[in-house]
Design a protein. Sequence first.
Lengths: 112, 113
Amino acid sequence: QQQVKQSPQSLIVQKGGISIINCAYENTAFDYFPWYQQFPGKGPALLIAIRPDVSEKKEGRFTISFNKSAKQFSLHIMDSQPGDSATYFCAPRDNYGQNFVFGPGTRLSVLP
Amino acid sequence: GAGVSQSPSNKVTEKGKDVELRCDPISGHTALYWYRQSLGQGLEFLIYFQGNSAPDKSGLPSDRFSAERTGGSVSTLTIQRTQQEDSAVYLCASSTRTGYEQYFGPGTRLTVT
């Protein structure tokens, strides 16, 4: 299966700090780059997404930075809050097959 | 409006039995996906339906797994002769025809004893 890598595997941040999660991919047919947030016992929910024609997108405290040449994109969470504690997945979409390839996930813990 | 629903929420079955998992997508969504999530792991793609097109079954792990979608709406994932390694949360998602934003259901937790 197409490889999507995330780092770090887990992250602990103090309240108010910045959380940064990275995603690296190999497939050049990916055409949509979302981040999903998942709380225990729930299905993932779309957090923020970017298309490859822009390098950055910001929505509130959440920012995606996209580096097409390096085949990487990252999620930045500013002013992290305990309520942000969850598992985050990158899941780029394959334009050819129209399916999504999920990364292994990053478990974020924000300490109060 | 109503989101994606899945039933049952939990299923415990004995090894060797068949199970059926159901997904009701958001009304009007033409695309439907099934994923498997093992404990503490990422999501593994299983199968994708888009409208009346032939499904993409490339993610199904073995011929014990099958899925159908009736009338372009409700989908059923069937696992025959269940094995312990089938224990996982099975997630369903739907999206519009353009297929970019997926909406996930709460999942079905399958335990094979």
